[in-house]
Write a protein that binds this ligand. Structure first.
Ligand SMILES: [Zn+2]
Ligand SMILES: [Zn+2]
Length: 313
């Protein structure tokens, strides 16, 4: 599916229902060369349509009638829905995988854990077995090259720049196609809604907000998110996400200032009508904000016998 002549999205059926937004896999193509941005899930139903799409690019649309040469598989972060298919796509195309050193380290930890986990059946049946099998497949993503903020690479005649955007994970990167002003953001910015930010060690809200501000400096004209539809008003989208997080923070500071600084009290105050199934995720978001505000000295944490209370310092 063409988004612009140089930017394609390669869909695949959702590997399992994890919400309405399947992960996006993009192909940047120029002068017969291509780079994948993210790789989708590792199961065959996800990988096969992507390979078929790449094969279909061979021919006149790839320029001068030659086969498309896939020069890179760029991975925004290590999560299964973005990184899972990378190894299988590398095996089929020979293209090198590039990712951030922090994500490479996290994948090597998964690899070490998977090697001790011999009880994953060849044909996983239950959801838990499938997840463990996918995690093991994802862990095969060893890096062929490392990418950090400021690094650039050429795809045909165009340049892709890596931007450090930690927060959703600590080594998340975004990618910027300079000639077209297109930002690929992985899970740092979604097409719809807001992404989950975990407190350390998995994520970091303070870094996340700095990452959004860093993306604002690029003046991109099109944003291709890790899930959901492309975003054309990039400046507005980024500002909305920043405003949303600032609003949460002021709600938290108000609650803490009123002596309502217990986690469960704040959850009820800030998310009064939340579906119970989303409560766990809301709690995580709140903890991520509390960690940020505490590290900035804006609140203090008091561990009492009756539980943790956040107070103004
Ligand atoms: Zn993710
Ligand atoms: Zn994702």
């Amino acid at each position: 599916m063409e988004i612009t002549p140089r930017v394609h999205s390669i869909p695949a059926p959702q590997a399992f229902y994890a919400g309405p937004q399947a992960p996006n896999v993009y192909l940047v193509v120029d002068a017969g060369h291509g780079a994948l941005i993210d790789a989708g899930y590792p199961d065959e139903a996800s990988v096969k349509p992507r390979l078929e799409y790449l094969h279909g690019m061979a021919g006149p649309s790839a320029g001068s009638g030659q086969a498309l040469k896939l020069s890179h598989i760029l991975v925004t972060h290590h999560h299964i829905d973005h990184c899972g298919g990378a190894h299988a796509l590398r095996q089929a195309t020979g293209a090198p995988i590039c990712l951030h050193p922090t994500e490479a380290r996290l994948l090597s930890e998964w690899r070490a854990a998977a090697s001790q986990n011999a009880d994953i059946p060849a044909e996983p049946q239950t959801m838990d077995e499938r997840l463990r099998a996918w995690r093991r497949a994802t862990a095969q993503t060893t890096p062929d090259c490392l990418l950090q903020g400021g690094d650039t690479l050429q795809v045909g005649g165009v340049t892709i720049e890596a931007i450090d955007t930690p927060g959703h994970t600590l080594g998340s990167i975004s990618l910027y196609l300079r000639e077209e002003g297109v930002l690929f953001t992985g899970d740092t910015v979604l097409g719809l809604g807001t992404v989950a930010i975990f407190p350390p060690p998995h994520g970091d809200m303070a870094l996340y907000m700095q990452s959004l501000e860093r993306l604002q400096t690029y003046d991109a004209t099109l944003l291709c998110p890790g899930h959901g539809p492309p975003v054309r008003d990039v400046a507005r989208k980024l500002q909305e996400l920043i405003d949303h997080r600032h609003e949460r923070e002021s709600q938290i500071l108000t609650a803490v200032g009123q002596g309502r600084g217990r986690l469960e009290t704040m959850l009820a105050d800030i998310y009064p009508e939340l579906d119970r199934r989303l409560l766990g995720m809301a709690r995580v978001q709140l903890l991520a904000h509390l960690h940020k505000l505490q590290s900035e000295g804006k609140i203090a944490r008091r561990d009492e016998t009756t539980g943790t209370l956040y107070v103004l310092p």
